[in-house]
Ligand binder design. Structure first.
Ligand code: ZN
Length: 289
């Protein structure tokens, strides 16, 4: 599943390729039409016709990212609205001359939304497992997940908010790993970077949040920043499903210390795996306390 660095990299590429371009008439895949016919709202989380009516003919003013969401600031008929997108488990955007130009067969077959651009290219959203989402809102604050989302890790007050949220007495019994994957504590940390940042800061993922000192939480926040920045510099992680907009793969997976590893890189003891917050967690019981 793409986490913050992967979504940020998609944002940066889309800035270069689709910002300040107009949009023609959108097409949807048969998967989307069929899903909507049976009331499942596949990918497009609102009425298909009204979504299309709203987006067709709009102008992409700006692209941004909040947590693991991408947003497109759109202009149309003198007004502004926002198209918000989540890549789900396996979503990817491609900018290509046509759907047939998408190199990876699986993504080509599973194109879901095709948006013709004013420069003759198309912005294509592909999603093999179809857990991705797109919806429109007039104002960003109208989108429910943004209402409670914590500050971005780059914000100067992110560390203070991170500590305050973790030290909240209502959360003191929760495993620290579950909290750092909660976007109301810090946005954008998924299963991979949670395991990596906890290892880097020497904190056991199962430790109860209330028992961790402010000093160690500060280290943990620093480790999250560090692992995000390293991943951004390595083009993100390509485990199975993440692709850049031209189909490129990242190499952060070559730098993982514990995620999907068997042996601790520090003490060489076998790593432990355990399901926490529904996801497989990798950690060292010697090095992480
Ligand atoms: Zn170790």
């Amino acid at each position: 599943m793409p986490e913050l660095p992967e979504v940020e990299l998609v944002k940066r590429s889309l800035e270069r390729t689709v910002e300040e371009k107009g949009i023609g008439a959108i097409s949807f895949s048969d998967y989307i039409y069929k899903g909507h016919e049976i009331g499942r709202r596949t990918i497009i989380k609102e009425n298909l016709e009204s979504f299309k009516k709203k987006v067709d003919g709009a102008y992409i003013k700006k692209i941004g990212r909040r947590g693991k969401y991408l947003y497109f600031i759109m202009e149309k008929d003198g007004g502004v609205f926002h198209l918000i997108s989540h890549l789900g488990m396996s979503g990817a955007f491609f900018v290509a001359d046509s759907i047939e130009q998408i190199k990876d067969l699986n993504y080509r077959r599973h194109w879901q939304v095709s948006i013709p651009l004013s420069d003759g290219q198309s912005l294509v959203y592909s999603d093999i497992r179809r857990f991705g989402e797109m919806s429109t809102v007039d104002r960003m604050i109208d989108f429910p997940p943004f209402k409670r989302m914590a500050l971005e890790y780059t914000h100067p007050d992110s560390l203070a908010e991170f500590i305050e949220k973790i030290k909240d007495p209502g959360r003191s019994n929760k495993a620290i790993k579950a909290l750092i994957m909660d976007s109301t504590v810090i946005p954008g940390v998924g299963n991979i970077y949670a395991s990596e940042a906890l290892f880097m800061s020497g904190i056991s993922p199962v430790r109860k949040a209330g028992n961790i000192s402010v000093e160690r939480l500060t280290k943990l926040h620093q480790a999250i920043v560090e692992v995000f920045e390293l991943s951004l510099s390595r083009g993100g992680s390509t485990i199975s499903d993440y692709r850049g907009i031209s189909g490129e793969r990242g190499s952060m997976q070559d730098r993982f210390k514990v995620y999907q590893k068997k042996v601790c890189p520090s003490c060489e003891a076998p790593l432990k795996t355990k399901t926490i917050a529904g996801r497989n967690t990798f950690y060292c019981t010697n090095c992480q306390r």
